[in-house]
Design a protein around this ligand. Structure first.
Ligand code: G3P
Length: 213
């Protein structure tokens, strides 16, 4: 799962270009790649690529008199298949998170709920999101990966999340990072800078995917 965040390298035309690279690789290598562009880029990208496009966040509102909010309904209309929730760069209070998961389900959107540690992941597992993603905030955007720095976080997270599949992220940049995460029981990885900031994005994705084989 590649979070485009708000990087210039993955905004507007660059976002579409990156989305197409992801689609090409997903088809050729037969791997699941989910992309999370910014809201403004969702409609264009969702029309142009066949891989799943997710939003980076939604607010706990139904369509109506709200200003400056993003509803589950609006991202569904824009072509998104799901949404990230509670990313450490877009934290939510527990009640809002709970509401957003229900609203997403209502619109058949897949939810990936982020948390920073196993205890909190255990708490959000009660809300039954489709996926949980554990990302230690201090490792986000750096060169030390969660797989190397915190392997027990992954194995403990897998146990704590029970039947809910676990993704892990933060600092994931190499095939070895991916390999270790999967070996420890993660079902996938959530990452951003390793791809978005790479000078050769296609090469960076292919390197990561080689860790899945
Ligand atoms: O959502 C993915 C993210 O927070 C990890 O970022 O740059 O460490 O891959 P990065």
């Amino acid at each position: 799962m590649i979070n485009f965040k708000a990087y210039a390298e993955s905004t507007g035309k660059n976002a579409l270009e990156l989305a197409k690279i992801c689609e090409k690789i997903a088809i050729k290598e037969d791997v699941n790649i989910i992309i999370c562009p910014q809201f403004m880029d969702i409609p264009v990208i969702a029309r142009k690529v066949k891989i799943p496009v997710f939003a980076q966040h939604i607010d706990p509102i139904e369509p109506g008199a709200f200003t400056g909010h993003i509803s589950a309904f609006s991202i569904k209309e824009a072509g998104a298949k799901g949404t990230l929730l509670n990313h450490s760069e877009k934290k939510m209070i527990f009640d809002s998170l709970s509401l957003c998961i229900s609203m997403a389900k209502k619109y058949s959107l897949i939810t990936v709920c982020c948390e920073r540690d196993v205890t909190r992941a255990c708490a959000i597992a009660q809300l039954k999101p489709d996926f949980i993603a554990i990302e230690p905030p201090e490792l986000i955007g750096g060169d030390l990966s969660v797989s190397t720095a915190k392997p027990t976080l992954i194995s403990d997270g897998v146990k704590a999340c029970g039947k809910i599949p676990l993704l892990v992220g933060a600092g994931i940049k190499t095939a070895e990072d991916v390999r270790r995460a999967l070996k420890l029981g993660a079902k996938g990885v959530l990452l951003a800078s390793g791809v978005v900031k790479a000078s050769d994005k296609e090469k960076a994705i292919l390197e990561l995917i080689s860790g899945m084989k």
